[in-house]
Design a binder for this molecule. Structure first.
Ligand code: AMP
Length: 428
């Protein structure tokens, strides 16, 4: 057993997995850019209050999963690692006065999030999200646009059979009356409620619909549905979102118990699942409208909507479907030498190729030429550049390891020849 291990709930992304995650990140970035979302960064940690106020104190994310940072000195503020990006992005929107820009302001963050949860399959303490936020547009068209953006991400990531679950959770006008109805319903069944749910019945009854406790399944299924209690404005908004999705051909299913785990959501709520994988730990992503959040974090009342897509779960899903190509690019060329001891010449030529933007590896071990060539083939390199006596006349041997052909090339033309070959041949 090695003496040190990565912390529980985290994992090292060794190069092969890192390359797969990088591919997802570039799919995310390229899509976000095409939809007009501009990438930004927020700190990996914030004042705890940003999450407590922004996400809500009576939520799993804050109550049970917030990764608090123990302050070193007394004057330090209370900090926590970000469990999601929305609260931080909205904090930044308020802090930097982004409401003065043309609205909506469309922002994206791609990076790690942290939740101090019990680790299990698909649930890590450090995980990666693709987050997108459109702040300053009341919808409903932008709601459909962002739902479709998330859907398109899975399509372009190569994951098929992803479904959108859609609901409206009402707003300040209609939710209070619904919450009263819901509270009365659960209060009638108080004897069956687990302790946490009983506590939340007073602080945040909507959370009960989102409960992970199996004891709640039947009760939740029979609970009053928000969709039967929406005010006219919320109903009209919801119908318009659905109509826009229909027009774009995005497949979705109405899911009346979908409430999302966070307090700040209003109206549109959505989640992405793979058909047949709809368990609690299997949500691929989710999002919703948060018309109250900017104000909650000190800004002017401003509508907003966003999503967070879990990239680790996409990797897991791709493992299952096996629909992924390899993503690590082999070297275009390996520089080998007839004189095993002459690492100077090999490194010099490799350096020259790299300066021209090419992926070239120099064989630095003092092995015999045959062994060097074997290693180059094992690397799946397309070419071997063989340095021998011809170097005195400024030439090298260029061996095409795939075609098995070999010819003499002047060193001054080498980079150009390789670049041309790389272009006509698909690498990676
Ligand atoms: P949430 O804001 O909790 O709905 O999270 C959005 C998405 O992030 C989820 O649908 C998951 O795909 C992913 N996610 C959330 N928590 C974790 C975690 N602990 N480990 C891995 N992925 C997670």
């Amino acid at each position: 057993m090695p003496p040190y291990r990565a912390p529980r709930g985290t994992r090292d992304l060794l190069p092969e997995v890192r390359a797969r995650l990088s591919r997802l990140e570039s799919v995310a970035r390229s899509l976000a850019a095409r939809y007009g979302y501009r990438e930004m960064e927020i700190p990996l940690f914030e004042q705890t209050a940003v999450f407590e106020r922004g996400i809500g104190e009576a939520t799993d994310v804050v109550e049970k999963e917030l990764f608090r940072i123990a302050p070193r000195t007394e004057e330090s503020e209370a900090w926590a690692l970000r469990p999601e990006a929305t609260a931080g992005v909205v904090r930044a929107y308020v802090q930097h006065g982004l409401q003065t820009l043309p609205q909506p302001v469309k922002l994206t963050v791609v990076g790690p999030m942290f939740r101090y949860d019990r680790p299990q399959a698909g649930r890590y303490r450090q995980f990666w999200q693709f987050d997108a936020e459109a702040i300053g547009d009341p919808g409903p068209a932008v709601d459909a646009e962002i739902v479709e953006l998330g859907y398109r991400f899975y399509v372009e990531a190569g994951l098929s059979g992803v479904q959108v679950l859609l609901n409206s959770i009402g707003d300040r006008a209609c939710r209070p009356a619904y919450l009263a109805t819901l509270k009365a319903y659960f209060a009638e069944h108080a004897a069956q409620l687990p302790e946490l749910e009983l506590r939340r019945l007073d602080t945040n009854p909507l959370r009960l619909l989102d409960s992970k406790d199996p004891a709640m399944t039947a009760l939740v299924a029979a609970a009053p549905k928000i969709s039967d209690h929406l005010c006219e404005a919320c109903s009209a908004h919801f119908e318009a979102v659905a109509a826009h999705l229909d027009a774009m051909g995005v497949p979705y299913r109405l899911e009346p118990t979908l409430v999302r785990g966070l307090d700040y959501y209003t109206r549109t709520a959505f989640e992405y699942y793979r058909s047949g994988a709809e368990g609690q730990q299997q949500a691929l992503g989710g999002g919703g409208r948060y018309d109250g959040l900017v104000e909650l974090l000190g800004g002017r009342p401003t509508p907003g909507i966003g999503f967070a897509l879990g990239l680790d779960r996409v990797l897991l899903a791709l493992d299952e479907t096996g629909a992924e190509a390899a993503h690590e690019t082999p070297p275009l060329a390996v520089v080998v030498g007839a004189d095993p001891a002459d690492t100077v010449a090999r490194l010099r030529v490799a350096s020259l190729l790299r300066a021209e933007g090419l992926f070239a590896r120099a064989e630095l071990s003092p092995r015999k030429l045959g062994r060097q060539l074997e290693a180059a083939s094992k690397d799946h390199a397309h070419f071997a550049v063989i340095i021998g006596d011809e170097l005195a006349e400024g030439n090298v041997q260029l061996k095409d390891l795939e075609a098995g052909t070999q010819r003499v090339v002047p060193l001054v033309d080498l980079a150009r020849e390789l670049a041309r070959a790389a272009k006509s041949h698909h690498h990676g």
